[in-house]
Design a binder for this molecule. Structure first.
Ligand SMILES: Cc1cc2nc3c(=O)[nH]c(=O)nc-3n(C[C@H](O)[C@H](O)[C@H](O)COP(=O)(O)OP(=O)(O)OC[C@H]3O[C@@H](n4cnc5c(N)ncnc54)[C@H](O)[C@@H]3O)c2cc1C
Length: 237
C-alpha cells in the first residue's frame, strides 16, 4: 500500500447522483486493476472507493462516487474532496488496497459484474485486459435501477464494438419508456445468458446486500467459489 498526497484536479457530475473525481498523486500511483483506495478524512476515518482508471495511468486516478443524502458516507467524502479542490490543497489517499484485483490468467473466460457504481471496479479491469491484449472472452454486465444511471453506456458500447472478445451487456432493473435490453436484476441476466458459470472467473462489485445474494445464486448456477472475487466478501457473512 502507498500513502500519497494528491491534488483534486476535477469533480464533475456523471449523473444527478454520481460524480467523477480525478486525482493527481504527487508520485506515480502503484496499483493493480480492481484495487481500491482509501480517502483519509482522519486517522481513523478512511473511505473506500474503487479505482476506475487502469494501472498504466499512474499520474491521474479516476474515481466514480455515488452520493445522495447530505450526510451519507460518500457525500462526506465528496465534500472533503471539494474543499481540497476549492482551496488548492492536497488530499491524502492510500492506494493499492483489496484482495479482489484481476488475476492475470488468460485461460478462463471472465464475467465482470457491476451493480450501479460498482462499474468503477470492473471498468479498470476491462481496460487493463484490453491493454495487455488478453484474448479470453470477457462479458461485462452493468446493472442499474433506471436507464439514466448508465452514464457510460455509449462509451462502453463503442469500446466493446472494437474488441471481438468483449461483450458489454447493460441491464435496467426498472425500465421506463423504450428499453430493448435486459431487464430486472443484473445477475439474473447473467444466469439467463450463461448456462453454467463453472468455467468462468467472476469479478463483482455493488451494494453489500447484492453481493451476498449474487454469490449464493451464482454458486447454485455452477460458479466455483475460488474463482469469484469481490472485496465486499470481507464485509458480509
Ligand atoms: C472496497 C469498496 C469499494 C467501493 N467503491 C465504491 C466506489 O468506487 N464508488 C461508490 O460510489 N461506492 C463504492 N463503494 C460502496 C458500494 O460498493 C456502493 O455503495 C455500491 O456499489 C453502490 O451501488 P448503487 O447504489 O449505485 O447501486 P443500486 O442503484 O442500488 O443498484 C444497481 C443494481 O445492482 C443490483 N442490485 C442492487 N441491490 C441488489 C440486491 N439486493 N439483490 C440483487 N441485486 C441487487 C441490481 O441489478 C440493481 O439494478 C465501495 C465499497 C467498498 C467496500
Amino acid at each position: 500500500m502507498q500513502t500519497l498526497k494528491a491534488d483534486v484536479v476535477s469533480i464533475t457530475p456523471l449523473t444527478e447522483f454520481v460524480s467523477k473525481v480525478v486525482l493527481a498523486p504527487e508520485q506515480p500511483a502503484e496499483f493493480e486493476a480492481g484495487h481500491y483506495l482509501q480517502l483519509v478524512l482522519a486517522e481513523k476515518d478512511k473511505r473506500a472507493f474503487s479505482i476506475a482508471s487502469r494501472p498504466s495511468q499512474k499520474q491521474q486516478i479516476e474515481l466514480h462516487i455515488g452520493a445522495s443524502g447530505a450526510d451519507s458516507y460518500a457525500m462526506q467524502a465528496l465534500d472533503h474532496l471539494r474543499q481540497h479542490h476549492e482551496n488548492g490543497t492536497q488530499a491524502l489517499i492510500e492506494v493499492g488496497l483489496g484482495v479482489s484485483q484481476l488475476r492475470i490468467d488468460c485461460t478462463r473466460p471472465v464475467v465482470l459484474l457491476a451493480g450501479g457504481t460498482g462499474f468503477s471496479y470492473v471498468k479498470s479491469m476491462a481496460d487493463h485486459l484490453a491493454e495487455i491484449d488478453c484474448d479470453r472472452p470477457v462479458f461485462f454486465y452493468w446493472g442499474v435501477k433506471h436507464e439514466d444511471a448508465l452514464y457510460a453506456k455509449e462509451e462502453m458500447q463503442q469500446w466493446a464494438a472494437k474488441r471481438s472478445n468483449f461483450t458489454f451487456i447493460p441491464v435496467v432493473e426498472q425500465p421506463q419508456g423504450e428499453w430493448h435490453g435486459h431487464t430486472g436484476l443484473v445477475h439474473h441476466a447473467v444466469m439467463k445468458d450463461i448456462v453454467s458459470l463453472e468455467p468462468y472467473s467472476i469479478y463483482m462489485a455493488g451494494r453489500f446486500d447484492m453481493i451476498g445474494i449474487v454469490r449464493d445464486d451464482f454458486i447454485e448456477h455452477g460458479a466455483q467459489r475460488e474463482y469469484m472475487f469481490a472485496d465486499a466478501f470481507a464485509f458480509i457473512k
